[in-house]
Design a binder for this molecule. Sequence first.
Ligand code: 13P
Length: 247
Amino acid sequence: MLIVANWKAYVEDIKKAKSLVATSKKLARTTDVSVVLAPPSPLLGILAEKNKSKVAFSAQDVSVTTGGAQTGEATAQAYAAAGATYAIIGHSERRAKGDTNELISQKLAHAIAHGLTPILCIGEQERDGEGRYLSVVREEITLAIESLMPKERAKVIIAYEPLWAIGKTAAEAITSADLGEMVLYIRKVLAELLPGKSSGHSLVLYGGSVEPGNIRPLAGSSGVDGFLVGHASVDPAAFSLIVKNLI
Ligand code: 13P
């Protein structure tokens, strides 16, 4: 199982960040869960420097530019130099600030070109009775990865994060049955876009109000490969319980 802790902008001081890293390193040492931390970018370089632990680091986004006269941009290359090995791309909170499917596709290409494993966030705004949310999911995956080469497409991790489930509580998150259906659907879409049987190796994660109280049922029978955790990932006790409840 892969657990990605998306700290968003919740962590703003280095002491708190270092203590969360220490908690995660212990969890990674004592369980077989793979832990990836996505701190705010100014902190990432400090935390990931000379990292030799089992914990990996992720950018929360990468710039659509590749460097040069671009004030304020943090490129995939700079993230890789700072010690990141993953990059979250297309998070709904970035889409809300203007990331289109086209920009997201370019960001995926930059991330892959610099050796970062992209975690592509997709997910519908709301669930309708006619299944239109399935077309949203299909379109977001297709438009993001279709311009990549087949072997690049196979590197993309899909994180299904329905907007209606983000930032709530475990009780309002998706049910295990609905998640299981969506995971199957995503694998079907990937099978159409990836060569041969390679989509069988693609990882599919879920994010949206993952907490200690719902991690077990969600992991149980849904077929998901891991989770993208937001608010609960910056609470050391909750994050520890999430990881421990997985084993
Ligand atoms: P929450 O876990 O706070 O709902 O956030 C989910 C998310 O957006 C992770 O990327």
